[in-house]
Ligand binder design. Structure first.
Ligand code: G3P
Length: 224
C-alpha cells in the first residue's frame, strides 16, 4: 500500500519526504486556504519536494470548467493528478480527462456505488472518506472493503485511496481492507512510528550500553 500525506504544509511535506517512506501527496482547497499562501507558489514547492503523484483539486461545478482546470493542473507537472468531486458533472469531466491521458482522483466518496461510477468514468484513484463517514455513525472501513470487492470482481483498475484518515487504527484497517493507497495528515503519519514499548525498550538498551567498554567498531559514534 502506498503512503501519501494529506496537506499543503510544505515543511510537513519536506519532513515526511525525508523519512523515505512517502509516495505522494493529496491536497484540497481547505489545505490551500489553511496554508495562507499563494496557490501557485505552494504547488511549485510541493512538486519540487516530492517525486510521486500529487493530487490538486478542481473547484468548478460545470464539466467544461472542471476539464479546463484539470488540463491546467496536468500541464503544471508530470506528477499532477486532478482531484474531482464525485457528481454527474465531475464524472463527465473525469471521462474527458481520462480520454486525454490525464490522471484523476475522484474525491468525497461516501458510498460503494459512487466508487463504481468513478471507475466506469475511468478514474485513476477513488478517495473514500473513512473518518468523516465514521463521524456520521457509518462504517468507513467497510466502504473500502466493499469497493475492493467490486473492483476485483469486475476488473476495474481504479486505485482505492483511503482518505480522511485520523487514527493509526484506520491506517491498519485500510491495509487489511486492501486499499492501494492511504493518505493522512502529518501527525497521524508520525504517530505510526510510535509505541510506548519501543520507547521503554530503546531506553533500556541505551542505558545498558553505557556499561559496555568503548569499541573500535563504533568508536565515539555511540551515545554514552
Ligand atoms: O483527501 C481527503 C482529505 O483531503 C480530506 O480529509 O481529513 O479533511 O476529512 P479530512
Amino acid at each position: 500500500m502506498q503512503l501519501f500525506i494529506d496537506t499543503a504544509n510544505v515543511s510537513e511535506i519536506k519532513t515526511a519526504w525525508s523519512w523515505g517512506i512517502l509516495d505522494g501527496v493529496t491536497t484540497n482547497p481547505t489545505h490551500i486556504a489553511k496554508s495562507g499562501r499563494d496557490f501557485d507558489q505552494v504547488l511549485e514547492e510541493i512538486f519540487a519536494i516530492v517525486d510521486g503523484p500529487i493530487s490538486v483539486e478542481t473547484v468548478s461545478t460545470k464539466a467544461e470548467d472542471i476539464v479546463r482546470e484539470g488540463r491546467a493542473i496536468a500541464a503544471f507537472h508530470r506528477n499532477a493528478v486532478v482531484k474531482v468531486p464525485v457528481m454527474p458533472e465531475g464524472l463527465k469531466a473525469v471521462k474527458q480527462l481520462a480520454s486525454e491521458g490525464i490522471k484523476t482522483n475522484v474525491t468525497l466518496c461516501f458510498s460503494a456505488v459512487q466508487a463504481y461510477l468513478a471507475a466506469k468514468a475511468g478514474a485513476t484513484y477513488i478517495s473514500p472518506f473513512i473518518h468523516r463517514k465514521e463521524l456520521a455513525g457509518d462504517d468507513g472501513v467497510l466502504l473500502v472493503q466493499q469497493i475492493r470487492d467490486i473492483y476485483d470482481r469486475y476488473g476495474y483498475e481504479t486505485k482505492i485511496l483511503a482518505a480522511s484518515i485520523r487514527t493509526g487504527k484506520e491506517v491498519l484497517e485500510s491495509l487489511l481492507a486492501g486499499a492501494d493507497v492511504a493518505t493522512m495528515p502529518f501527525d497521524i503519519m508520525e504517530s505510526l512510528y510510535k509505541h510506548t514499548m519501543t520507547d521503554i525498550g530503546l531506553k533500556m538498551f541505551l542505558d545498558d550500553w553505557k556499561s559496555v567498554p568503548e569499541s573500535k567498531l563504533f568508536g565515539t559514534l555511540a551515545v554514552r
